[in-house]
Design a protein around this ligand. Structure first.
Ligand code: ZN
Length: 192
């Protein structure tokens, strides 16, 4: 079951696995910054959330660290394949729309359309006509990296270049954008 929690002002996605024999609550972070929580069926959501919050620095640190490594290949559904794209594109669109609206409260830009694509070499793009497009793999990234891609394309509505003015627009909402860019470069668009 996929859930989200806000830690130190950052929205974090995790998978909750309920095991009958689980003892207590366990947190783990794997390649790609994939965050999993396991708990027994009797554990209350509030207890799980409280536990994660108590460990928020640890969780965010691990996600940041593990984001540099490629995600594990989805079993039977190769990343970039038709089935994998079909499975994740709706979630990618919902996530992108939600985060665009969130960051645009600050910028107040206007765009024309938002499309999700299955691309090999790009995370996103912004056209002169204000059409934004994003790679569906954005839905597989740790939230802070997905946010970076969304803010990057959003800011191209203000500056359609990579000038100093563009980067200062990005920095208004994501002051740590440089480190996010470095993590993304390490992951690579094709992941593999
Ligand atoms: Zn750009």
């Amino acid at each position: 079951m996929q859930k989200t929690i806000e830690l130190n002002g950052q929205k974090v996605v995790y998978t909750l696995r309920v095991h009958k024999r689980a003892r207590g609550i366990r947190l783990s972070v794997a390649s790609g910054g994939v965050f999993t929580v396991s708990a027994s069926p009797s554990t209350l959501t509030s207890a799980i959330e409280k536990f994660i919050r108590q460990k928020s620095d640890w969780v965010l640190d691990k996600i940041r660290y593990f984001s540099q490594f490629p995600l594990r290949r989805a079993q039977g559904k190769p990343i970039g394949g038709k089935r994998h794209f079909a499975e994740h594109k709706d979630r990618a669109l919902a996530l992108t729309r939600e985060r665009l609206a969130h960051f645009n409260q600050h910028y107040g830009f206007k765009w024309n359309s938002v499309t999700i694509r299955n691309q090999r070499s790009r995370w996103g793009s912004c056209s002169r006509k204000g059409n934004l497009s994003f790679n569906y793999k954005i839905a597989l990234l740790p939230p802070h990296l997905a946010d970076y891609i969304i803010v990057h394309e959003l800011c191209h509505l203000g500056e359609l270049n990579h000038s100093r003015a563009f980067w200062s627009l990005v920095a208004r909402t994501l002051p740590a954008h440089r480190s996010f860019r470095a993590s993304l470069r390490k992951i690579g668009v094709s992941f593999l």
